[in-house]
Design a binder for this molecule. Structure first.
Ligand SMILES: [Zn+2]
Length: 94
């Protein structure tokens, strides 16, 4: 299995429909509470016309996992989407 070289892939920009999103390594900025975090060498897709950025979803997920494990130590109560699917009991409506 060979992973295709991402620098050779480009997408049509969904924002301007004219440019091409090209693979670039950028510095990603995000806020964690009051702290700004910079992640250098972050994979992103940047439009060469309007400058729209799309981030690599896998890299984002990985980063969020990393940030979450770090924030859990500091702030134990993170906002959680409260979907009422507690417990594994299946209720059958027959
Ligand atoms: Zn664009």
């Amino acid at each position: 299995m060979t992973i295709p070289d991402p620098s050779k892939i480009s997408f049509t920009c969904s924002e301007c429909q004219a440019g091409q999103l090209r693979y670039k390594r950028i510095t990603y900025y995000t806020w964690l509470g009051n702290e700004m975090i910079t992640i250098p060498d972050f994979p992103a897709w940047v439009c060469d016309v309007c400058g729209r950025r799309e981030y690599d979803q896998q890299a984002l997920n990985r980063m969020n996992l990393l940030l979450n494990t770090q924030t859990k130590r500091r702030t134990p109560s993170l906002k959680q989407s409260s979907k009422n699917n507690r417990g594994g009991k299946s209720i059958s409506n027959r």
